[in-house]
Ligand binder design. Structure first.
Ligand code: NAD
Length: 330
């Protein structure tokens, strides 16, 4: 199988290059992202392999189909960046549904701990021998209320961590899971009773802007909001207004609505045109990271293994257990 691998970073090659050889796959590593301008590079390949800030829309599906590309191999669990309906009966989509839920949940907790105890700011101060504690006071988490939106694999891992901090956990998910150490409540109750809100649901038409002016209005003053899921779960304009109204004690964002084309790249020498992003980084109680919740050795190895297993199943007519069908988006 010949695979066009878009959005290649040096750390992708560490795992994919040797493993692909073992499978007998030929991979062309392309640094460019997959988009309307670069899709033509897939000509002559059996599959394309893409990550979260690549996209494949309906027009590109038709182009790939004409080029006889058989599969889209997602190096991610989320599939909101591919037009699944347009791909039906044309191109197989295979994803990596679970590589290390703990990696993302642990990262969500690290964002919470950092924005709460300001260790990011303390680090910068002490390097400059500014040993003042002014402005660095946090809050105990012990016995506070945490609200988890989405209790799938990552949400459940987050609940276990929050339980370890002896927090009371509220949860919202349209498909509740039995046996969790959390109490399922309505979205409204979760928003209004939580001291910490952590988002772990996928981006769908139902969850887009689940954090909006209304839900922010329901939240307690001094709430912490953590998003390691997808940027568009939060209406950024509403978030900025909430921050200006001093609603939030801290906000940790690993994802951002308009992250495509900005995250994963070094833009340090450039003028940032995205005014919302530029505004967000100026708040002392906002911590932004570049969609890196997944980024552990264990998760990267698992992503490579599962992606190539998916390709192997396709090539050999084996059951494609990680196929994303149209039923996933209706
Ligand atoms: P999952 O499919 O195991 O769980 C998602 C859960 O969300 C399910 O229980 C589902 O019922 C629930 N859900 C669906 N609609 C909902 C709604 N309207 N309100 C509340 N809950 C809803 O997925 P997962 O592996 O736990 O991953 C969750 C998300 O995390 C992914 O969709 C992806 O966007 C994100 N993610 C981020 C990173 C990162 O690096 N930051 C890495 C992996 C995944």
């Amino acid at each position: 199988m010949k695979i066009a691998f878009y959005g290649t970073k040096p750390y992708d090659k560490i795992w994919f290059e040797p493993m692909a050889k073992d499978y007998g796959f030929e991979i062309r590593f392309i640094e460019l992202p997959c988009n309307e301008e670069t899709v033509f590079l897939a000509k002559g390949y059996d599959a394309i392999c893409i990550f979260v800030n690549d996209y494949v829309n309906a027009k590109m599906i038709d182009q790939l189909y004409e080029m006889k590309v058989k599969a889209i191999l997602l190096r991610s669990a989320g599939f909101n960046h591919v037009d699944v309906k347009a791909a039906e009966e044309k191109i197989v989509i295979l994803r990596v549904p679970s590589y290390s839920p703990e990696a993302v949940a642990e990262f969500a907790m690290s964002l919470l701990l950092t924005v709460n105890r300001h260790t990011n700011r303390a680090y910068n101060r002490t390097r400059d021998f500014n040993m003042s504690l002014n402005g660095l006071m946090g809050n105990d988490l012990n016995h506070k209320v945490a609200g988890v939106v989405g209790t799938g694999k990552i949400g459940q891992a987050m609940i276990r961590i929050l339980n370890g901090f002896q927090m009371q956990v509220l949860a919202y998910d349209p498909y509740p899971v039995k046996g969790l150490e959390a109490e399922y409540v309505s979205v409204e109750e979760l928003m209004s009773k939580s001291d910490v809100i952590s988002l772990h649901c996928p981006l769908t038409s139902d969850t887009e802007h689940i954090i909006n002016r209304d839900t922010i209005g329901m939240m307690k003053n001094g709430v912490y909001l953590i998003n390691t899921s997808r940027g568009a779960l939060i209406d950024t304009d509403a978030l900025i207004d909430g921050l200006l109204q001093k609603k939030f004690a801290g906000v940790g964002l690993d994802v951002y609505e308009e992250e495509e084309g900005i995250f994963y790249e070094d833009r340090s020498g450039e003028i940032i045109e995205d005014e919302n992003l530029a505004r967000l980084v100026t708040f002392p109680n906002v911590l932004i990271t570049s969609h890196m919740g997944f980024f552990t050795t264990e998760a990267m190895q698992a992503i490579a293994t599962e992606t190539l297993e998916n390709a192997y199943a396709l090539e050999n007519g084996l059951p494609m257990v990680n196929r994303v069908g149209v039923e996933a988006v209706v």
